[in-house]
Design a protein around this ligand. Structure first.
Ligand code: ZN
Length: 564
C-alpha cells in the first residue's frame, strides 16, 4: 500500500523529485557551421496546420523545433518575388524594391515596359518574355551579402526551382547559384557570366532522364484518400483526384510534381558535399527554394490529392536530405518558411462551404478588347484604359499594367487629362463588385509603415509595405477576399495567391537544429524577422532599425540567440 503524500517527509520528496528529473543544462544558443534556409513556395500556414499531424519525416522534425505557426509575409502583393526577397533581407518590399513579380517602368529604355523582378532590362535585346536572370533590381543587401562582407571565407550556395527564388534569397552573395531554366524548363542554369560545373551538369542529366520517361500515376498515400475527390472546373475538366501521371517530355507537368523538389534537393546535397559546406570554422549558408508546391497549387489547387501527395513526398524528401547532412556529421541549423500562402480553386471552395468564392468577373472591361487580347496579365488594365479612353476622348492605351495590382497612367497624358482620368478610373474600379480597395500613389506615400502586429494591419498598411515610389503604380487595386484573379479555369493555372488577405499572407516559420530545446509561439511574427534572427548565428551584425524585422530569440529560458 502506498503512503499518503502527506506522510512523506519533505526531504524524501525533494530527493525523489531530483532523482526523477536531473538538473539539465540551460538551453543554449546554436552555433552552427552551416545554416540551411528552405523556402517552400506557397506553403501556407493553413497547409502546415492541416498536414502537421500527418508529417513523419523532415517536416515533422521541423515542427519539433522552434515553431512560429503564424508567420506573416505582411505586405499586400503576396507574390513569389517579393516573398523571397523578404526572407533573407529582413526588408519589406517597400525597402527591397521587389514590389511584385512584374511591374511596369514607363521610363525603361527598351520598347517593352513590363519588367520582370529578377531580370536586367538593360541587357541588349532583352524583353519581359526573353530576359536575362539578374540580381539588378534588389535594392537592399541579403544575409549572404552581409556574410561575404564580414568574412569572404564564408561559402554561400543557392539552389531553387525558380530563378527569382534563388536570386531574391541570395542576392549578389552566392558563390554558386542554380535554378531550373525558366524558358526550356529542362536544365539547371546560373547567372550570366558564370559557367556550368560538374554538379549542375549531373543535375541536368538526371532531370533530363526523368523528363524523358512517361510517369504513371503515383500511389495514393492512405492519408490522402480523404481529400482525393474530383471537382469539376468546366464541363470537361476536373482536378482533385489525379496523381501526377504525365507524358514523356511534359516539362510543365514535371515541374508541377514532386520531381522538381527531388531534383532541387539532390543538387543542393551534391553542392553541399563538393563545396565543403559546413566543414571549417567559418559558418556557411545553403539556400534552397523548393518550388514544386507552388506549381502544384496553381495547377491543381490546394485541397485535393495532388497537394496531399506533394506534401507527403516533400516530408519524405526533406527527411532524406536532413539525414544526409546528419550522416556527413555537419553541425547545421535550418529555417523553413514560405514566400506566400495560397488559396484553393474557387470551384472547390464553393463545394467546401465557401459559396462566395469566385473568379474575377471583368467581362465588361474585357469586352472592349479584341478577342486575342483578353487573356493577358494586363487585360483588365487595358480594358479599363480603353473604356476611359472612349469616355474621356483620351489617346493611346491610357493605362499600363503587368497585372491588376499596380496601374500606371500613360505618360502621354497631359496634366489636365490625368486629372480627369484619375478620379474616373477610381470610380470605375470602386463600382466593380469584386474590387475591395483602390489607393493612389499619394495616399500610399503618406501612409507610414505599420509597426503593429501584422494581423492588425489595415488594407492600406498592407499595400504600403508593398509600395515603392519609383516602381509602384499610380493606382493600387486590392480585390475583395476570396476573389481569384483568374477569369476562367482553363489549361494551366487555375488557382493562385497574391492577395492582401491572410490566406496568402500567413506562412509557417520553423527553426530546427540538433539539440534545440524548441518551443511553440502562436503569436504572429514576420518573415522579415528571419534575417535578423539568423544574423548572430552566421557572425553578422545587423544594427537595430537597419531592417524591418527584429531578432527572434530562439532559446527558451534566460539565454538568448540574439545577443552574441
Ligand atoms: Zn511563390
Amino acid at each position: 500500500m502506498r503512503p499518503a503524500l502527506s506522510v512523506i517527509a519533505p526531504a524524501v520528496l525533494a530527493a525523489s523529485l531530483a532523482a526523477a528529473a536531473p538538473a539539465q543544462a540551460a538551453p543554449a544558443a546554436p552555433q552552427p557551421k552551416l545554416v540551411v534556409v528552405l523556402s517552400v513556395d506557397q506553403f501556407s500556414a493553413d497547409l502546415f496546420s492541416q498536414y502537421r499531424p500527418l508529417f513523419t519525416g523532415g517536416l515533422k522534425r521541423m515542427a519539433q523545433g522552434v515553431v512560429f505557426p503564424s508567420g506573416y509575409q505582411s505586405h499586400a502583393a503576396t507574390e513569389t518575388c517579393p516573398g523571397h526577397a523578404t526572407i533573407l533581407t529582413g526588408a519589406h518590399p517597400a525597402h527591397s524594391g521587389i514590389i511584385a513579380n512584374n511591374w511596369v517602368d514607363l521610363g525603361a529604355a527598351r520598347p517593352d515596359k513590363t519588367i520582370y523582378c529578377a531580370e536586367d532590362e538593360a541587357v541588349p535585346g532583352a524583353t519581359f518574355r526573353a530576359y536575362t536572370p539578374s540580381t539588378a533590381h534588389l535594392l537592399v543587401p541579403t544575409l549572404a551579402e552581409r556574410m561575404k562582407a564580414a568574412n569572404p571565407a564564408a561559402r554561400v550556395v543557392a539552389v531553387a526551382g525558380k530563378d527569382r527564388a534563388a536570386i531574391m534569397m541570395a542576392g549578389r552573395g552566392a558563390d554558386q547559384m542554380w535554378f531550373l531554366d525558366p524558358f526550356t524548363k529542362n536544365r539547371w542554369r546560373t547567372l550570366a557570366g558564370r559557367t556550368d560545373g560538374p554538379e549542375s551538369l549531373r543535375a541536368t542529366a538526371a532531370y533530363g532522364a526523368a523528363l524523358a520517361r512517361a510517369e504513371r500515376p503515383a500511389p495514393l498515400p492512405a492519408v490522402c484518400e480523404r481529400v482525393s475527390r474530383p471537382v469539376m472546373l468546366s464541363p470537361t475538366a476536373s482536378v482533385g483526384d489525379t496523381r501526377f501521371e504525365r507524358k514523356a517530355g511534359d516539362v510543365d507537368a514535371m515541374r508541377a510534381s514532386p520531381a522538381l523538389d527531388a531534383a532541387t534537393l539532390a543538387l543542393a546535397s551534391d553542392l553541399t558535399r563538393t563545396q565543403g559546406l559546413g566543414r571549417d570554422a567559418v559558418t556557411d549558408l545553403l539556400i534552397v527554394g523548393l518550388s514544386a508546391t507552388d506549381y502544384v497549387g496553381h495547377r491543381y489547387g490546394t485541397e485535393g490529392s495532388e497537394m496531399c501527395i506533394q506534401l507527403m513526398a516533400l516530408d519524405m524528401m526533406l527527411d532524406h536530405f536532413f539525414r544526409s547532412l546528419d550522416r556527413a556529421g555537419l553541425d547545421y541549423a535550418v529555417v523553413l518558411t514560405a514566400d506566400h500562402g495560397g488559396h484553393d480553386t474557387p470551384e472547390r471552395n464553393r463545394e467546401n462551404a465557401i459559396p462566395e468564392a469566385a473568379r474575377i468577373d471583368a467581362r465588361d472591361w474585357l469586352a472592349v478588347l479584341p478577342e486575342n487580347q483578353r487573356r493577358r496579365g494586363d487585360s483588365f488594365a487595358r480594358g479599363l484604359g480603353a473604356i476611359l479612353g472612349k469616355e474621356l476622348s483620351l489617346p493611346g492605351p491610357v493605362i499600363h499594367a503587368a497585372d491588376l495590382g499596380d496601374l500606371y497612367f500613360d505618360r502621354g497624358l497631359t496634366p489636365a487629362q490625368l486629372a480627369a482620368a484619375t478620379p474616373r478610373a477610381i470610380a470605375l474600379l470602386r463600382v466593380h463588385p469584386q474590387v475591395g480597395h483602390v489607393f493612389t500613389k499619394a495616399e500610399l506615400a503618406a501612409t507610414p509603415l505599420a509597426t503593429t502586429p501584422p494581423e492588425l494591419w489595415t488594407p492600406i498598411e498592407r499595400a504600403r509595405a508593398s509600395f515603392h515610389p519609383a516602381r509602384s503604380g499610380d493606382l493600387v487595386v486590392l480585390l475583395k477576399p476570396r476573389v481569384t484573379p483568374i477569369p476562367e479555369a482553363g489549361v494551366g493555372y487555375i488557382a493562385t495567391h497574391g492577395s492582401a488577405w491572410d490566406y496568402d499572407r500567413r506562412v509557417p516559420i520553423l527553426f530546427w537544429w540538433k539539440g534545440a530545446a524548441g518551443f511553440e509561439q502562436p503569436n504572429s511574427v514576420q518573415v522579415v524577422d528571419i534575417a535578423p534572427t539568423l544574423a548572430p548565428l552566421v557572425g553578422v551584425t545587423i544594427a537595430s532599425g537597419e531592417v524591418d524585422g527584429r531578432c527572434l530569440d530562439l532559446v527558451p529560458g534566460p539565454a538568448s540567440s540574439c545577443a552574441r
